[in-house]
Ligand binder design. Structure first.
Ligand SMILES: Nc1nc2c(ncn2[C@@H]2O[C@H](COP(=O)(O)OP(=O)(O)OP(=O)(O)O)[C@@H](O)[C@H]2O)c(=O)[nH]1
Ligand SMILES: [Mg+2]
Length: 268
């Protein structure tokens, strides 16, 4: 029955699992940041430098894995310069193809080597500082992960409304008790996240992660996140297109989880 659904509408292209490049600094990397980047020339330098300084200030080893897929501004050049300056910064994207938000962040996640992976947007609307206390207390309280909820989403009325409706639909359809089911900022155990079968190549990606972790019974803690206004560049999210894709994806996921619970497929 799953084959009857038009996959294209739901934006599904799972990233193939593959052998990663040789791991040269395995035990020094504790936290990896995985982030998608697309046409962010106006803000990316400040954002990445901010992340590098965040780890320096905290005294925690960290790496920053970015995936720039097909930007047609100077984002690629800026990332090349930053990677040359900071060995802990890498761009793992394919420069000539644009495959979408979810596909890009999946590629970045696949290349991470830290104990925990932080997923975050690269447009400067989220800050790693919201994770400070969690990271400082990590050894004392091992959890499967931490998922953010935006205290106040800085967006137009229509987008905030659409986000609230989505939240409600996800909570009802999937019995997810989280406050904000589509928040991009999370910190999850690497082994857990890299094993997850993730399929969305678009904006439903953060919701997919939350729904699948919830279905697997992961021990997650919610934390408050400040959502800032964009200071440069443009949003790539097209509300109607994304909304339509999201709804199709949720229909697909509902069916997939049902089939998984019946033990017809092995992973959610
Ligand atoms: N690699 C890659 N990154 C993307 C793509 N689309 C968006 N991004 C990145 O994903 C992040 C979120 O994109 P935005 O367009 O800001 O979307 P949003 O934050 O959900 O929506 P707004 O609240 O309107 O800003 C940004 O850091 C973008 O650079 C894509 O197709 N490929
Ligand atoms: Mg944004």
């Amino acid at each position: 029955m799953l084959h009857l659904l038009p996959w294209k509408w739901a934006g599904i292209t799972p990233v193939a699992k593959h052998e990663r490049a040789e791991d040269t600094t395995p035990e020094t990397v504790r936290i990896s940041v995985a982030s998608p980047v697309y046409n962010e020339a106006q803000t990316i330098e400040e954002t990445v430098r901010g992340w590098v300084h965040f780890f320096e200030r905290l005294g925690v080893p960290g790496e920053i894995v970015l995936c720039n897929d097909g930007s047609d501004d100077t984002t690629g050049d800026i990332l090349a310069r930053l990677s040359a300056q900071f060995p802990q910064v890498r761009d793992v994207g394919e420069p000539n193809v644009n495959r979408g938000y979810g596909y890009a962040i999946s590629l970045a996640i696949r290349e991470c080597r830290g104990d925990y992976i932080v997923t975050i947007d690269s447009d400067g609307q989220f800050q790693l500082e919201d994770l400070t206390e969690i990271i400082q207390a990590l050894d004392g309280a091992p959890r499967d992960g931490f998922v953010g909820y935006r205290v106040r989403k800085q967006d137009s009325f229509l987008r905030v409304l659409a986000d609230r409706c989505l939240n409600l639909i996800v909570r009802m359809l999937f019995w997810v008790r989280m406050r904000d089911t589509n928040c991009a900022l999370k910190m999850l155990r690497r082994d857990l996240l890299q094993k997850l079968h993730l399929e969305s190549n678009g904006y439903p990606f953060p919701t997919e992660v939350n729904i699948k972790l919830n279905a697997l019974g992961a021990k997650l803690t919610e934390f408050p996140v400040q959502h800032l206004e964009r200071t440069g560049g443009q949003s790539k999210l097209k509300l109607w297109r994304t909304g339509f894709q999201m709804l199709w994806f949720l229909v697909y996921l509902r069916m997939r989880l049902w089939v998984w619970r019946k033990k017809i497929i092995r992973e959610p």
